[in-house]
Design a protein. Structure first.
Length: 611
């Protein structure tokens, strides 16, 4: 796993061997890691060439990973030595406020021996991650909990609350990790360690200017300009692009060809399962932009081979099954000689592209009905009168009111597996005694209330930038590319694109129930009409279908669930019925639950049992 690692604090008996052990756990090789150490301070970095470095600049030791740049230089890159020198000098002058001048994606650690303080920080959108432990008077940091565990002061046990949250979200949301003493930096945050005390604070907040207005034609030129700046900033070396056939990946692939002046190299994944394959849309985009196109169809056998690899790659339980096709796509590109892939992630969360935004807008219309009419007429009739379920139209109206009455953001999780099944029907009763069942909702409520936005769409976007993008989609892509041996960057998360989206009027992001209104209208004529008109599909794996038809995959899941039974986390009745009656009743719904529980068990085997 690429990243930076080290510690600050006393008590390490053999700092050289400890740092080497952290490097080995991070997966670095000697030629890709630079390090310096003393008994009370150590720092290192390991990553693909030109994306990481660690060095000393006077009394300051600095490690960096990612694609950082100074705001006023735009996409211009400095040598590692020049960058380190400038950052070290600026930090000693202005402290953590130096982060205001940085753009791009990065994770950094800075140890100032004279000041006796250590600064940790990650980029604004959370593309690069950093895990830390501040225990026993020592700050230990690294790209993963696995790296922290090899340091004597970084060892920690599994947190049952994190396991519960994982099943709820299908990942462990930050700043929490799967281990009690480990925390993750949130996007746009830094942590300052001084005199044995740690302070974690934001240095950047998501910008939303809801006073803005205008029409598509007024903003389209600026939009096209920042899109091209975003792609050009990362179009280096032998560069390719993911191409799912969706709006975002097609946009990035089309612009990549323009800024490089040659056909973009594009890579797509398909599935031989009805309702899941979108390869035809990828081909439409490839033909439209005349890309050098490559395809691979993932099979159930591929899933069996990749599932243990995916579980081993993530230091936290990770249940996004799309990690599997992402890995095979990245591996195909790496075998073709690609050194960096461009992903289209972020467009939905910046410009309003998720289907739930339209659905929540429809529910929000109920708030416009006068309160007396709701309380004295609509709700007594639809919710209180028996027999309405037999009338289809009234049954639908009742369902609408029941959901519309739930406040945001709790309404967001109306279709959550745990909310539908009931926690007591999924988890072992003794396991539930040690967790706070309301914590997932509290985390979402805090994030929803914490944004400065007032409009529904921007508040939903802020929520998804945190839980969908930073905690889920970005780790999915970055980690799988890391395993495949290819660098990855996200042009739509370029700082100028993010700033543009924040200043866009809410009505231009979601117009009624029309998703991504501005984005699609501004790119009409550039993108193929078929892609602008298509409904969002995603990169979903047909796991439920394949569990029923592919015996080896079913056996893998059955073995994992059988071992998970011994951990007393999930009710035996649930485990007994998942692969039988439940899966046959709804393959898509219960296939997801099988996958997240299977990956939980495989994670335990790789990261807890073997440790």
């Amino acid at each position: 796993m690429s990243g930076i690692y080290g510690w600050a604090g006393p008590g390490t008996r053999d700092p050289g061997e400890t740092l080497a052990a952290m490097q080995r756990r991070a997966g670095g090789s000697p030629h890709s890691s630079l390090s310096s150490f003393a008994p009370e301070a150590a720092i290192g970095a390991t990553a693909p060439p030109r994306t990481s470095f660690a060095m000393a600049c006077g009394p300051v030791r600095l490690a960096f990973y990612g694609h950082p740049a100074w705001r006023e230089t735009g996409a211009a890159r400095m040598s590692p030595e020049a960058f380190c020198e400038r950052l070290a000098h600026a930090y000693r002058q202005s402290g953590p406020s130096v982060l205001d001048g940085l753009v791009g994606d990065f994770a950094l650690a800075l140890i100032d021996e004279e000041k006796g303080e250590t600064l940790l920080a990650i980029d604004r959108m959370g593309v690069r991650g950093l895990v830390y432990s501040a225990d026993r008077g020592v700050l230990v940091f690294g790209p993963s909990s696995d790296v922290l565990q090899v340091h004597p002061a970084g060892a920690s046990s599994v947190d049952p609350q994190a396991i519960y949250n994982y099943v709820y979200f299908h990942m462990v949301p930050g700043p929490q990790t799967a281990f009690r003493a480990h925390s993750r930096l949130l996007p746009g945050h830094y942590a300052l360690w001084r005199e044995g005390k740690l302070t974690a604070l934001p240095y950047w907040e998501k910008p939303f200017d809801e006073r803005s207005s205008g029409v598509v034609s007024q903003h389209a030129p600026g939009f096209n300009r920042v899109l091209r700046q975003g792609v050009a900033a990362f179009a280096e070396g032998r560069c390719g692009a993911f191409l799912s056939g969706g709006t975002d990946s097609s946009t990035v692939a089309g612009i990549l060809g323009e800024v490089t002046g040659e056909p973009a190299r594009t890579y797509s994944i398909g599935f031989d399962a009805a309702g899941y394959d979108e390869m035809e849309y990828a081909r439409i985009a490839a033909r439209h932009f005349r890309t050098d196109h490559h395809e691979y169809y993932v099979t159930p056998a591929d899933v069996v081979a990749a599932a243990p690899l995916v579980a081993q790659a993530y230091d936290q339980p990770f249940g996004n099954a799309s990690a599997v096709p992402t890995y095979y796509c990245a591996r195909m590109a790496q075998a073709d000689g690609i050194t960096r892939l461009l992903g289209g992630d972020g467009g939905d969360e910046l410009f309003g592209g998720n289907e739930r935004y339209a659905k929540q807008f429809q529910f929000s219309l109920y708030d416009r009905v006068p309160s007396p009419l709701r309380s004295w007429a609509i709700e007594p009739m639809l919710l209180g009168m028996p027999g309405l379920q037999r009338v289809p139209l009234l049954r639908k109206a009742r369902s609408y009111v029941e959901q519309a009455k739930i406040p945001m953001p709790r309404r967001y999780e109306s279709y959550n597996l745990l909310e539908r099944l009931g926690t007591a029907n999924v988890f072992d009763a003794r396991f539930l005694e040690g967790v706070d069942l309301d914590q997932p909702r509290a985390l979402q409520q805090a994030a929803y209330d914490g944004t400065r936005a007032q409009s529904l769409i921007n508040r939903m976007l802020a929520l998804d930038m945190r839980f969908t993008l930073a905690d889920n989609d970005l780790p999915k892509v970055t980690r799988m590319c890391d395993v495949a041996g290819v660098d990855v960057a996200f042009p739509l998360l370029h700082d100028d694109v993010v700033a543009f989206a924040g200043a866009l009027a809410p009505s231009l992001k979601l117009r009624g129930t029309t998703l991504r209104y501005f984005f699609k209208e501004a790119l009409r004529g550039f993108l193929p009409d078929e892609i602008i008109r298509k409904k969002k599909h995603g990169f979903g794996l047909p796991i439920g279908v394949w569990l029923q038809s592919h015996a080896p995959l079913r056996d893998l899941a059955g073995d994992a669930l059988g071992t998970l039974r011994k951990r007393r986390i999930v009710r035996e009745e649930m485990l007994d019925s998942l692969l039988t009656t439940r899966l046959s009743s709804h393959a898509g719904y219960y296939g997801t639950l099988v996958w997240i529980l299977m990956m939980l068990e495989l994670w335990f085997q790789h990261h807890v049992d073997r440790a």
